[in-house]
Each structure stands twice: as structure tokens, then as C-alpha cells.
Design a protein around this ligand. Structure first.
Ligand SMILES: NC(=O)c1ccc[n+]([C@@H]2O[C@H](COP(=O)([O-])OP(=O)(O)OC[C@H]3O[C@@H](n4cnc5c(N)ncnc54)[C@H](OP(=O)(O)O)[C@@H]3O)[C@@H](O)[C@H]2O)c1
Length: 345
């Protein structure tokens, strides 16, 4: 097999498997590290040396046995997930050795692919890690959730929960670009400083120290709330709904406050508010917009180039640290996009 960068390659492929299905908050022992031979691509396949893995909240749902919008992650198989890396060998007509590619390559150092769902990442546009963040799936989620579902108008008050994460930080900045007053909710003083300082959110609060959510939101949103980009759900969302203005729009993007609960949580009854304030509440999944990625990605890149869309990354080092990076992200230890750096092949 012809390999362009053989001298930098490890001898084996470190992979992380799902070892057990968690109850409640996942544990390091729910994952197992194994080493296997580096696979050889056959006709129609490419071999990718992974540069960065993405760890994402949706992976928690896939660790359960129940099907949601995707099948459960299989036990004893490589954890699925997005990654960006370099084509080390190609027997595929659309991909050449040396190109950077993004795809669902999983938690491992080397991945074989048949090219399905694989996109190219251009290091001239931005560092390749951004293809897993602001210029990748989280950025697209923010773009479509905000512009298509929330449909903000200049002057609207937009509230974003999970505001210092990969999706939320992007959604808030897109709302600012569209002339909105943006209020963010996040879980640390550093996060609040970042989103109100560098990112230009108009106001924000730390939900871990300020527990009177309704009162705080009322203070920060004196004209009520027109759009809510919901990444977290739970008690925060109950409080936001009470302040929604007539004809307000709510994008249900994520419900991370509920992902690790052992028992279902019952909250406020919100449907009467949806009725009397004629709210539009819509769940969405980013891949429903796949046919429009070609519109969104150049726009996100343009905003980034003009300094209007900033990002941060929290980067763990090494395949073996993917589980701790994932658990840390679920605990809120990341600012911006949580990645795992694998190699610089
Ligand atoms: N609909 C879609 O197609 C789609 C696509 C991508 C992501 N999502 C959803 O979007 C949300 C954000 O995803 P992301 O990739 O950008 O992750 P992220 O925000 O970068 O990381 C997750 C963040 O969630 C916060 N969090 C954890 N537990 C929480 C709790 N109990 N209450 C409130 N916040 C909590 C933490 O920040 P704090 O310090 O602020 O707590 C943590 O940093 C997730 O809910 C995810 O499932 C949806």
C-alpha cells in the first residue's frame, strides 16, 4: 500500500469502544480502549489519519439502548462521531492522498471510508479543526436553528441557552449580526465574560450562581423575549417560556439538562402559554438541512473572515482522552467547541 506519511504513523490503531450503556451520568468505564492493526483500503475506499475528533452531546443519547432519531451506538463497537483528518491512501476517485476530509470516522486514530457523507476541509479557509465546530456541524446547527426556526428580526430580543458552547456561541453571534438584542445563559463566570466581552452578547448570566431564572431573565429582557434558541431544556426553558412575547419563536435545538437524568423530569405545563401567546415551537435536526449546507458554509466562513463570527476551542490531547473530554463537555468544562487532538499527520 502506498502511504504518503508512513514515518509519522503509529504502529497500531487506537480505538475507543462503547463498553457499557450508562445509567445517569456516564463513567470512564463505559468506554474501552483497544489497539488493532491499521486497516488497508481496498478499491473504492480511502484511509484517513485522524487529526481531531469531535465529542458531542448527541453521543450521550446514542449510548442508550433506545432509538431516538438515530440507532443506538452498538456495544463493543468504535464510538461513532465526526472527525477531520488527512487522506493517507486512496483508492477512491473523488479523494486524493494528502487532502483533508471530514466525516463520521469515529473515535479512533485511523479510519477506512467508502466516501459516503465525507466532505473536504480546506485549510486555506480556516484551521481544519473549525470543520468540526464553527464551520462544521455545530455552526450549521446554529445557522439553521436561528435563521430558519427562530427567524429573528432586527430589534428582537433573542435568548440563547448553552450560550458559551459550540452551537450557542455561534447562534448568539448570528443573532447579533442580524441586529438583535442577545441574552446568553451559561455555566461559569469565564463563559459569561467571553460571550459578553469578545462575542458581543448584550447581557448574560451564570445559571449556576444565579438560580432565580425568571427574575434574572425579566431584568435582562425588559421588552420580553421574541426568540429562544434552546440548547438545554428543563427549568431554564420553563422560565424563558413565561417571558415569551406574543408570536414568539422557539427553536428546540437540544435538551442537555435532561440527557443524564435517571428519572424523567416533570416541569411546568407550557402549552397554555404556547396557545395564548401564539408561539411557534419547533424542534429541528441539522441534517434535515443537508441540501442547504452549500448556502450556509460559505456564509459562516465569510462572517468568520470578516471577524464577525468568533470561536473558541477546548482541546484534549490523545485518543485515550476522548472519554474524559466527552464527560468534561457534559459537565460544562469546555468553552466553545470540545475537540480531541489525535495527530498532525
Ligand atoms: N438539533 C440538532 O441538530 C443539534 C445539533 C448539534 C447540537 N445540538 C444540541 O445543541 C446543544 C449544544 O451542543 P454543543 O455541541 O454546542 O455542545 P456545547 O454547548 O459545546 O457543550 C455542552 C454544554 O452544555 C452545557 N450543559 C451541560 N449540562 C447542562 C445542564 N444541566 N444545564 C444547562 N447546560 C448544561 C455545558 O455548558 P454550561 O457550563 O453552560 O453548563 C456544556 O459546555 C446540545 O443540547 C446538543 O444536543 C443539536
Amino acid at each position: 500500500m502506498l502511504l504518503r506519511y508512513p514515518e509519522k504513523m503509529a504502529a497500531t490503531n487506537k480505538q475507543l469502544l462503547l463498553a457499557a450503556r450508562p445509567t445517569g451520568f456516564p463513567k470512564p468505564t463505559d468506554f474501552r480502549l483497544v489497539e488493532s492493526p491499521i486497516p488497508e483500503p481496498v478499491e473504492g475506499q480511502l484511509l484517513v489519519g485522524i487529526s481531531y475528533l469531535s465529542v458531542d452531546p448527541y453521543m450521550r443519547g446514542r449510548m442508550n439502548a433506545t432509538r431516538s432519531y438515530a440507532d443506538p451506538q452498538k456495544l463493543d463497537e468504535v464510538m461513532g462521531g465526526g472527525a477531520v483528518g488527512r487522506v493517507l491512501a486512496s483508492h477512491h476517485p473523488s479523494f486524493a492522498e494528502g487532502e483533508y476530509v471530514v466525516g463520521m470516522f469515529g473515535w479512533q486514530q485511523y479510519a477506512l471510508s467508502d466516501g459516503a457523507g465525507v466532505m473536504k476541509a480546506d485549510p486555506q479557509v480556516a484551521p481544519i479543526s473549525t470543520s468540526l465546530g464553527v464551520l462544521g456541524m455545530p455552526g450549521l446547527t446554529a445557522y439553521f436553528g436561528l435563521l430558519d426556526v427562530c427567524a429573528p428580526r432586527a430589534g428582537d430580543t433573542v435568548v440563547v441557552s448553552g450560550a458559551a458552547g459550540a452551537v450557542g456561541s455561534t447562534a448568539g453571534q448570528i443573532a447579533k449580526i442580524h441586529g438583535c438584542r442577545v441574552v446568553g445563559i451559561a455555566g461559569s463566570a469565564d463563559k459569561i465574560r467571553w460571550i459578553t466581552g469578545e462575542l458581543g452578547f448584550d447581557a448574560a448570566f451564570n445559571y449556576k450562581t444565579e438560580t432565580r431564572y425568571f427574575e434574572k431573565l425579566k431584568e435582562l429582557c425588559p421588552a420580553g423575549i421574541d426568540c429562544y434558541f434552546d440548547n438545554v431544556g428543563g427549568a431554564m426553558t420553563d422560565a424563558v417560556f413565561s417571558l415569551m412575547n406574543p408570536n414568539g419563536r422557539v427553536a428546540i435545538c437540544g435538551q442537555i439538562a435532561l440527557y443524564n437524568l435517571e428519572k424523567p423530569d416533570s416541569g411546568a405545563r407550557l402549552l397554555p402559554l404556547v396557545l395564548v401567546r401564539t408561539l411557534t415551537v419547533k424542534g429541528f435536526l441539522v441534517f434535515q438541512y443537508a441540501s442547504r449546507y452549500g448556502e450556509a458554509l460559505p456564509q459562516l466562513a465569510k462572517w468568520h473572515r470578516k471577524g464577525r463570527l468568533k470561536y473558541r476551542e477546548t482541546v484534549a490531547e490523545g485518543t485515550e482522552n476522548a472519554p474524559s473530554a466527552f464527560l468534561g463537555m457534559l459537565r460544562g468544562e469546555n468553552i466553545g467547541k470540545q475537540l480531541v487532538s489525535i495527530s498532525n499527520l
